[in-house]
Every structure is written in structure tokens, then in C-alpha cells.
Design a protein around this ligand. Structure first.
Ligand code: DAH
Length: 338
């Protein structure tokens, strides 16, 4: 009988299957109420005393072997069922949706890279700003008519607090807290009380640039902008058109020569070949004074460019509203971008 049990142990040990039913049949055959084990346990009392020990050990071994086998087979089947339902290793996996960077972030990061290559750091300031940093320190005292150039959202209960209308406010904060030489760019969101259309929105993004040191000249400004447009657009021809900003003197609008080769070139440049990307100028001595920098010792330049505008140009986005709606069908298209 002991030999028979040893055969069964070998049989149980060798058993394998992929089917739930066969595992169950195995279990019933060995461990079921009327199964082999119970039959042998019942035989136990008929076994001769001197064989009881060996016999007992044998059926215990059979029991453990059969029980372990059932457990491992069941576990294996459960795992492979899970694998089948969640994508078998041999099947193509379920598509995993990876995110894409927002076009504003893509362009912002490019601008940061370009300027960090020439020693500019990145600074930030608050979007909820006070009158001093957004206007007064930038040479725009109360009642200055140029304040109307930027339709401002004020906080109703406190006219001193507003949503910043430009990132030039960060210039002021940076100069107040640092000593020259200063080379910084400040990307961020700005707000204007404007009617929303395909071309304008009540918030958008700018990058402010500021360079303050001894003997900084307009030539440095022009050279820096030219470097920027070459890196950003692959266009090195720029034009600085005289303009007016209260915080710079002299001031200029920055135009890039885009070309007139394609129909799109004609469309986006309105037939002129030139494209305006921002404003710039030499920091007004009053602004330096307001920020505790001596204009007799230091000079500098500043500029401000629109990130949304650049993103729209580079990625041929025709409606600025797409940049804030966060429609995944739009955003998904930037997966292959940086
Ligand atoms: N702050 C200006 C605006 O929002 C842009 C600008 C113009 C920034 C000239 C400058 C600058 O730093 O020098 O329209």
C-alpha cells in the first residue's frame, strides 16, 4: 500500500493543467470527501503497528503535495486570467495616453533655453500685483494717459491691487531685490480687460527681458534681439521701429523680417513681410531710480515679447482661444513637439 501511495505522490507532483475544471477534478480525486486521501486515512487503523509511522508519513506527504499543487495551479490560473483581461503579454498592449506639453510651455521653454545660453536667469513675480510694481515704478504715475494703453482689471475693493497687465512688473521687483549686473527674463501670464476674439483674450503670456550693467547700449539691445530671433525663428533680419513706452527711453517696436515667399507669409505679415513680436528700449533713468539703481552708474535695456503670438506663429494656430480652452484634440497635436 505504501508503494501505491508513493506512486500517487509522484502523480500528484507531476500533475499540471491550464484548465480550472481539471484542477477541480484533481482536487476532488485527491482531497475530496470521498477522495483518495480520506480513503487512505480510513485505512490507517488497519495498518500493522510497526508500519503505522511510515504509512502516516506517506499519507501526510500525499496530502501536502496534493494541497500545494491545487493552490499553485489555482494561483497560476488566476494570474493568467488577469493577464488576459488586462492585455496578455503576447497581445499588443492597451494604448497608454501620454500627455503633451502645452504650446505655451513649449515656446516658453524654448525662450528660456535661448536666453540662458547667453547668461540670463529666469525670474517670476505675482500675477496679482500692486499699483507700484505694475505702473508707478515703471514711470506711469497716477493719471498718466499711457495707463489707458492697457485695460486693467482692478480688484474692486482696493484700487491699489490689480491683475498685472504686463510682465514689466517683474523688472521692478527684480531690480528692487538684486544689484547689477542683472540679466534676467521673466515669463508669465498677464491680464487685460479686452473683448475676447480669435486675436485677443483677457489673459495671455509675455516674456520680459532685462539687462542692467555698466555701459549697456542700444547696440547691445539690438544684438541680443537679433540673436533671439535667429535662434527662435531662424530669421536674423530685424527692424526696431521708434515707439513709446513710459518705462523705456528711447523705445521701439521689434519687427522680424518673416519673408514673403508663401501665401501664409503674405497673410501673417499683411503683405509687408514684417512681423511685430514685441516692444523694447533702454530702461528709463526714472525707473532705475525708482528701483534704487543709480542711473549715473548703470544703464540697461528691457524688452517684452508675447508668447502666445509666437506660439501661434510657429505652430500655425489661427485662434488664440484654442490656447486656453484645453481641448485635448488640440493639445494632443503637440505630442511630437519639444
Ligand atoms: N510691457 C509692454 C507691453 O505689455 C511690452 C514692453 C515694451 C516691455 C517695451 C518692455 C519694453 O520691457 O521695454 O506692451
Amino acid at each position: 500500500m505504501i508503494d501505491k501511495i508513493k506512486e500517487l505522490i509522484a502523480e500528484a507532483d507531476a500533475f499540471t493543467t491550464q484548465s480550472q475544471e481539471e484542477v477541480e477534478a484533481f482536487r476532488i480525486k485527491f482531497l475530496g470527501k470521498k477522495g483518495l486521501l480520506n480513503t487512505y486515512f480510513a485505512e490507517f487503523r488497519n495498518v500493522a503497528n510497526d508500519q503505522k509511522k511510515e504509512f502516516g508519513q506517506a499519507i501526510n506527504q500525499l496530502k501536502n503535495t496534493a494541497q500545494d499543487k491545487v493552490n499553485t495551479l489555482k494561483e497560476g490560473l488566476a494570474n493568467s486570467e488577469e493577464a488576459v483581461s488586462s492585455g496578455d503579454l503576447s497581445r499588443p498592449g492597451d494604448p497608454v495616453s501620454i500627455g503633451a506639453r502645452h504650446p505655451i510651455s513649449i515656446v516658453k521653454n524654448q525662450i528660456i533655453d535661448i536666453f540662458s545660453n547667453i547668461g540670463f536667469n529666469v525670474s517670476e513675480g505675482p500675477e496679482i500685483e500692486d499699483d507700484w510694481h505694475n505702473f508707478t515704478a515703471l514711470n506711469l504715475p497716477e493719471y498718466h494717459p499711457a495707463r489707458d494703453m492697457q485695460d486693467t482689471f482692478f480688484i474692486q475693493t482696493n484700487p491699489d491691487i490689480l491683475l498685472r497687465t504686463h510682465t514689466s512688473s517683474v523688472q521692478v521687483r527684480y531690480m528692487e531685490n538684486n544689484v547689477p549686473p542683472i540679466r534676467t527674463i521673466s515669463p508669465g501670464r498677464v491680464y487685460r480687460n479686452e473683448a475676447i476674439s480669435s486675436r485677443s483674450h483677457c489673459f495671455f503670456h509675455q516674456v520680459e527681458g532685462l539687462y542692467i550693467d555698466k555701459d549697456v547700449s542700444f547696440a547691445d539691445l539690438k544684438q541680443t534681439l537679433q540673436y533671439f530671433t535667429t535662434e527662435m525663428f531662424g530669421k536674423s533680419k530685424i527692424r526696431l521701429r521708434p515707439s513709446y513706452f513710459p518705462f523705456t527711453e528711447p523705445s521701439a517696436e521689434i519687427d522680424v523680417y518673416w519673408g514673403l515667399e508663401t501665401e501664409t507669409d503674405h497673410k501673417i505679415t499683411k503683405g509687408t513681410g514684417w512681423l511685430e513680436i514685441g516692444g523694447c528700449g533702454m530702461v528709463d533713468p526714472n525707473v532705475l531710480k525708482n528701483c534704487n539703481i543709480d542711473p549715473e552708474e548703470y544703464s540697461g535695456f528691457a524688452f517684452g515679447v508675447g508668447i502666445d503670438r509666437i506660439a501661434m506663429l510657429l505652430h500655425q494656430i489661427s485662434d488664440i482661444r484654442l490656447l486656453s480652452e484645453n481641448d485635448v484634440r488640440f493639445l494632443e497635436q503637440f505630442k511630437s513637439a519639444l
